[in-house]
Design a protein around this ligand. Structure first.
Ligand code: C2O
Ligand code: CU
Ligand code: CU
Length: 497
């Protein structure tokens, strides 16, 4: 059955109050899953978690799925034992105590499963949680925007493959495993056709692309008019200053923080505009087998990467197609929004530092194995390289010309984009910044897209916080956040010593 078509605000819960986080399968037939936060006195399904910078989490994660799982806190800098990266997945029926302190800047972070080989299925099943971190910069901006109650929203944009009046369970064909599992309807905070009522004045939206594979080009329409908005921040918090835009690319795992003033408009439709998605690889369809997968049942009845799509592609809308995301309805007498502050944070232009060595990586396609980093498929026990803590590096990442867009994600460390080269036309037209960068490249990133034929230069800083929890060697991951590519081995481990 489809969920009912009205927007309900998800309950907000303080991260520090969560005693137990249960990961459960809510509907065995459709394979839908959910997180339930246990606060002692009450249980809250699919909450948005709130944390002040410096607050801690100390709780138990309980796996009630028929598969192994983990809870990975995407974007946070955490000790290996709390990162949930998949080195030690929680077995079905098992539980694990997790403790950490939130040390990151204010921004939208999120949590999702990361057990290698099961990640895509579990995320599509509904396991996406938002974590909103606040600090003084965040308070100051909200005060300056004079936000009315209800005018600040944290939104996870996922999608569902809807066919015959029902959401299809996860059952990707070999083609879906190559291009990524795409749907045809946006699911925003778990709801189809989501719409929120806001008051006149500034509206602040923190948006996550929680889709398995779809790239979004987010814009706001009033009829045929594109309504401009202001980019406030990216994955790892505020920019130094706002940027006015009329569209912004948002690939899987990326976040944007934006302010929009509806002016006298009664409604705004958030859409993903149509664009050329640059899926260059056709034909060859890799099959990847996960030894671990074979020991556990899928969440629903389907198989993974084992058949040609045939009629089963019903409900798959091509990447880059226009897609309605959600609506904002404006209720109240129009009023003038206060001016946007000209500075939000002390964020400086990225610099590589004279001592920074360059590490080169290639994203390639292999006819048999699929997409790979440096021609090497993922192995949980392999370490691609080690760096000493505190080291600065420049990563030069090249995506091959016959490829796809790969939103590459680094665990544990925010990084800065120095330069882009070889960017294709639709994206290059939006690159207004020095070095061919897009507006979103000006912020702190943990996930960044490389289109085919592009080379990116990233400034990395492997400084870990002080404290016992961070002593000793620690493993991190670097991978594509197209989840079918991630489960399909486009991932490497590295160690910080
Ligand atoms: Cu959002 Cu390694 O993941
Ligand atoms: Cu992550
Ligand atoms: Cu990829």
């Amino acid at each position: 059955m489809l969920p009912k078509e009205s927007a309900v605000a998800p309950p907000q819960v303080a991260l520090a109050d969560v005693r137990r986080l249960v990961v459960e399968r809510a509907d065995p037939i459709a394979g839908r899953c959910r997180y339930v936060a246990d606060l002692g006195a009450r249980q809250v399904p699919q909450p948005i978690l709130l944390a002040r910078r410096g607050e801690s989490f100390d709780g138990v994660i309980e796996n009630a799925l028929p598969q192994p799982t983990t809870v990975h806190f995407h974007g946070l800098t955490l000790p290996e034992a709390a990162d949930g990266a998949g080195f030690d997945a929680i077995a079905p029926g098992a539980r694990k105590r997790v403790r950490f302190e939130v040390r990151n800047r204010s921004g939208l972070y999120w949590f999702h499963p990361h057990p290698h080989g099961f990640t895509a299925e579990q995320v599509y099943g509904g396991l996406t949680g938002l974590l909103v971190v606040s600090d003084e910069d965040d308070d100051a901006l909200d005060a300056a925007l004079a936000l009315a109650p209800g005018n600040r929203l944290a939104l996870a944009v996922a999608e569902a493959r809807v066919a015959g009046g029902a959401m299809r369970p996860y059952a990707p064909s070999v083609e879906d495993c190559l291009h990524g599992w795409l749907g045809n309807r946006a699911l925003v905070n778990g709801q189809l056709d989501a719409s929120w009522i806001v008051r006149p004045g500034w509206v602040r939206l923190q948006i996550l692309n929680a889709c398995n594979a779809r790239g979004l080009l987010v814009a706001f329409r009033d009829g045929e008019t594109l309504v401009p908005f202001h980019l406030l921040g990216t994955d790892g918090g505020f920019l130094a200053a706002p940027r006015e835009l009329d569209r912004v690319f948002l690939y899987t795992g990326e976040r944007v923080d934006i302010a929009i003033d509806p002016g006298g408009r009664r409604a705004l439709a958030a859409v993903s505009l149509g664009f050329d998605p640059r899926h260059h690889t056709q034909g060859a369809a890799p099959r990847h087998r996960h030894a671990a997968r074979e020991r556990y049942a899928p969440l629903a009845a389907g198989t993974v990467c084992e058949r040609a799509s045939g009629g089963a592609a019903e409900g798959r809308l091509a990447d880059g197609s226009e897609l309605a995301l959600f609506a904002l309805r404006v209720d109240g007498t129009p009023m003038r929004a206060p001016p946007l502050p000209s500075r939000f944070s002390a964020l400086a232009e990225p610099a590589a530092g004279p001592e920074a060595a360059t590490r080169r990586m290639r994203l390639d396609f292999d006819e048999r194995a699929g997409f790979l980093i440096d021609q090497t498929p993922y192995r949980v026990d392999e370490t691609a390289f080690s760096v000493s803590r505190g080291t600065r590096e420049v990563w030069e990442i090249k995506n091959s010309p016959i490829s796809m867009p790969h939103p590459m994600h680094l665990h544990g460390f925010g990084f800065r984009v120095l330069r882009r080269q070889g960017t294709y036309g639709d994206a290059r037209r939006l690159a207004t910044e020095p070095g061919g960068r897009l507006a979103t490249d000006l912020g702190v990133k943990d996930t960044v897209v490389l289109w085919p034929n592009e080379t990116l230069w990233l400034a990395m800083d492997f400084t870990l916080p002080q404290g016992d929890a961070f002593r000793g060697a620690q493993r991190f991951m670097f991978h594509c956040h197209n989840l079918e590519h991630e489960d399909g081995m486009m991932m490497r481990n590295f160690t910080v010593l």
